[in-house]
Write a new protein. Sequence first.
Length: 115
Amino acid sequence: QVQLVESGGNLVQAGGSLRLSCAASGSIFSINAMGWYRQAPGKQRELVAAITTTGITSYADSAKSRFTIARDNAKNTVYMQMNSLKPEDTAVYYCNAKGFVYTCWGQGAQVTLSS
């Protein structure tokens, strides 16, 4: 079992920055990749960024050049630095961890942009 706890969600002005954190605990050795998804009101949950255990990253087109995902293996934590935030970035952001036979989700962190 893997447990994920997100933090860093907040209300921020458009153009601002925010950093989300996701701390993993439990059977962390079994994690193959971690990522951030988001779900805006009335929309489906979508992948924003992901990072493998070897550090390979991938981003949604909407996140490229603005968001950066990184991991601190010593702290079992994944971060996502979000810059140049836009009103359309408003959503609940979920941390995700994938193993060979499971997918785990955090409880979600609300990010709200004010114009």
